[in-house]
Write a protein that binds this ligand. Sequence first.
Ligand SMILES: Nc1nc2c(ncn2[C@@H]2O[C@H](COP(=O)(O)OP(=O)(O)O)[C@@H](O)[C@H]2O)c(=O)[nH]1
Ligand SMILES: [Mg+2]
Length: 220
Amino acid sequence: MKIIELKETITASNDRDAEQLRQELRKKGTLLINLMASPGAGKTTLLERTINDLSSQMNIAVLEADVDSSVDAERVAKAGARAIQVHTGGMCHMDAGMTRNGLEEMGYEGIDLAVLENVGNLICPAEFDTGAGKKVMILSTPEGDDTPLKYPLMFRESDVLIISKTDVMQFFDFSIEKCVERAKKLNPNIIFFPLSSKTGEGFDEWEKWLKDAVKEWKNN
Ligand SMILES: Nc1nc2c(ncn2[C@@H]2O[C@H](COP(=O)(O)OP(=O)(O)O)[C@@H](O)[C@H]2O)c(=O)[nH]1
Ligand SMILES: [Mg+2]
């Protein structure tokens, strides 16, 4: 009986597509960030505040991936970014081909920073390279500081860990120290930013990292 390892084949070609997209984005000077988190962790709210703060300094575009809605694209467009909604047809993640289609449909000429708000979950998006230059995950404090123990791959794969909703941290017995220790055990290089999209606490550090990342992407 012949068995085809379909998952491996698909993943191998997705990796090639992703690498090609990444190189094209590099040539055009567009940093693509793959933003991943659970539903409700605060991805869109983080983007709204970030766009408000930075859209006078750089051209920002957002690709909103969702199974079936367009509320998030409307929110980020209102905040001042170019935006497009991508429906994944029931898929729980975006792959490189879908990301390319979304970017090309939207048009990203002259865009310095493109953010892909990936489908909300901590499992499938971690497994697929989208062609992004940086991977950023959000963990909100109500989800618990033991989340790295439950979804290790997401923490291993991410360059940046945003710990969101620090304004309500005390109600959830969330320890930043414990969370970071657990995340660093999985990924010693992970950079972390505790912040609140409600109060703006911690945004200076996050936005400085973002601005530096955009500059570095263009210069390399
Ligand atoms: N208290 C608090 N609530 C937040 C924060 N960020 C987002 N929220 C709330 O969390 C809910 C989900 O946020 P949203 O950005 O839509 O999450 P997404 O599904 O990850 O895009 C909304 O009711 C937001 O107002 C935060 O930093 N602090
Ligand atoms: Mg959202």
